[in-house]
Design a protein around this ligand. Structure first.
Ligand SMILES: Cc1cc2nc3c(=O)[nH]c(=O)nc-3n(C[C@H](O)[C@H](O)[C@H](O)COP(=O)(O)O)c2cc1C
Length: 245
């Protein structure tokens, strides 16, 4: 095992941070590392907003469902899928961009996600901790207004970054065979994998919460997917100019 693999396999989300700020060199290295992620046809269909202003972080924390660590972390990143700049590039060429496709939406969403994960690894390699914040999609309109996000751009998720002020356990994953299929997809063992993972997660929850949480993974998933989540996203995306034809 080398140090990169070791770093990747030690990841855990951090939800409590020291107040110590990041240096501008750290920020630059995180963002430059993000930029070197692969990007579909070099379209670079994303932007990222770095937030250090306490007032803005406070508002974002409320919009994301009162997740206090957004306010507490010294550096908060808002990762955006971005077709706006590409439309400008087309304008420069006196060309009209056909942006209203599911494919362009996927490209931009994948691009920003790859960049963000590069940033996460860069940050963790410096001894910093991170947690992704999908909660900003609870109130995507308010977030966009606050951050001046233009049309053809949407905030996909946020990311808290800072020095950890906690040392949480690594969260176990499904066993590798559950997600890795050789040559063709195998459905036959799935139930067995889920049951095994249920036992692992049941134990993990018990230990992490001193016995207060005694659910299993499949129970958690069933509760989560019993109803639609953030169904406002379709109309929000539509209003931002992401119309699918
Ligand atoms: C796109 C995305 C959105 C997430 N949103 C939140 C969030 O809003 N709040 C939070 O506390 N954790 C959030 N997480 C963190 C996950 O809960 C966490 O990564 C997962 O439970 C696995 O735990 P680990 O990162 O500690 O290994 C998010 C993760 C991802 C990838």
């Amino acid at each position: 095992m080398n140090s990169t693999i070791n770093l990747l396999q030690r990841h855990r989300s951090i939800r409590r941070y020291q107040s110590r700020p990041l240096t501008s060199e750290q920020i630059e290295n995180i963002i430059r590392s993000a930029q070197m992620a692969s990007t579909s046809s070099n379209v670079q269909a994303y932007s990222v907003i770095g937030v250090t202003d306490p007032e803005i972080k406070k508002k974002l924390s409320v919009f994301a469902g009162n997740q206090a660590y957004i306010e507490q972390c010294p550096f908060f990143l808002v990762w955006c899928a971005d077709l706006y700049r590409l439309r400008e590039a087309c304008y420069i060429q006196n060309s009209k961009m056909v942006h209203e496709t599911v494919e362009n939406f996927i490209v931009a969403t994948v691009d920003v996600t790859l960049a963000a994960q590069n940033a996460a690894i860069a940050a963790e390699s410096m001894g910093l901790g991170i947690v992704y914040i999908g909660g900003i999609r609870n109130n995507p309109e308010k977030v966009s207004k606050l951050l001046n996000i233009p049309e053809l751009v949407y905030p996909v998720f946020g990311m808290c970054v800072g020095y950890p002020d906690q040392d949480p356990a690594i969260r176990p994953r499904l066993e590798m065979k559950a997600i890795y299929h050789e040559n063709t997809y195998h459905t036959e063992d799935i139930t067995g994998h889920i049951k095994k993972y249920d036992e692992v997660m049941h134990q993990y929850y018990l230990e992490r919460t001193n016995g207060k949480r005694s659910t299993t993974w499949s129970q958690e998933m069933a509760a989560k997917f019993k109803q639609p989540s953030r169904s406002h996203m379709r109309s929000f995306l539509n209003d931002q100019g992401f119309r699918f034809e």
